[in-house]
Design a protein. Sequence first.
Length: 299
Amino acid sequence: MKTLLLILPFLCLTNISFSQKDTNTVQDTNTYRFVKTDGGELIGKILSQDAREVLILTSDNRKIYIPQHTIKEMVIVNTSDFNSKGTFIGEDKFATRYFITTNGLPIKKGEHYVQWNLFGPDFQFGVGKNFGVGIMTSWLGVPIIGTIKKSWELGEKTQFAIGGLIGTASWARPDFGGALPFATLSFGDRTKNLAISGGYGAIWQNGAVDGRALTSIAGMIKVSPKISLVFDSFILLPGKTETITNTYQSKKPGFAMLIPGVRWHQAEGKAIQFGFTELYAQGEFLPIPIPMVQWYRSL
């Protein structure tokens, strides 16, 4: 009996010791975004964690246990991810794209997405550090266009990229094709940014080549965890004057396409955006009655 009385306290102390080792108090001042497997998110600091669960302290001072198996991703958030009221906004996962143009921000290596359009899909792949490639087409496979972009970080919030698009009318007109080399300078981050781009679009057919300079000004800002405001433009500069006859000359006119819109972030890696297109040509604005609708999905 005396032996049993001596063993019991020892077993209790041993059990307490093992329990204390299973849970680790974390000395971590970072704030994290916890992305759960069901698509939900929580923002908070880690108080402790073990192999089964994580105890976090949220911004409203609630202590919440999250089972480890329900955590898909833990991402450190910065002060820039919060607005002036202290509300978490976070980065726009598709901040590298507007409606039809891009910016200097790179697709992160290993991150891929598809932009579904009413006319067809646009696949983009982050295949290397600051390097991405893609392919876009219509539902009929006409045209088929390949894309490439390489980015450089010039400063904390300044980026530069060069890239190009090249494509063909594929099976419908194999002799018809085009190319668009471009460069873009952008300012900002994945929460808000502004981009200025320029390039030269060339089209060839039956051995003849024609081209025109073009430019773009675009930007986006994420105003809430679910909403980003997006603006895009496509400006085709006037072409050179051509002599048609001895008494008649023709100058290729320019035009601009302006697209303001809204991007709604439905869940992690899932968004839909609506654009309202307006054309400007020969001194007049012409609204397009059909909205531009695009769906983003991470791959």
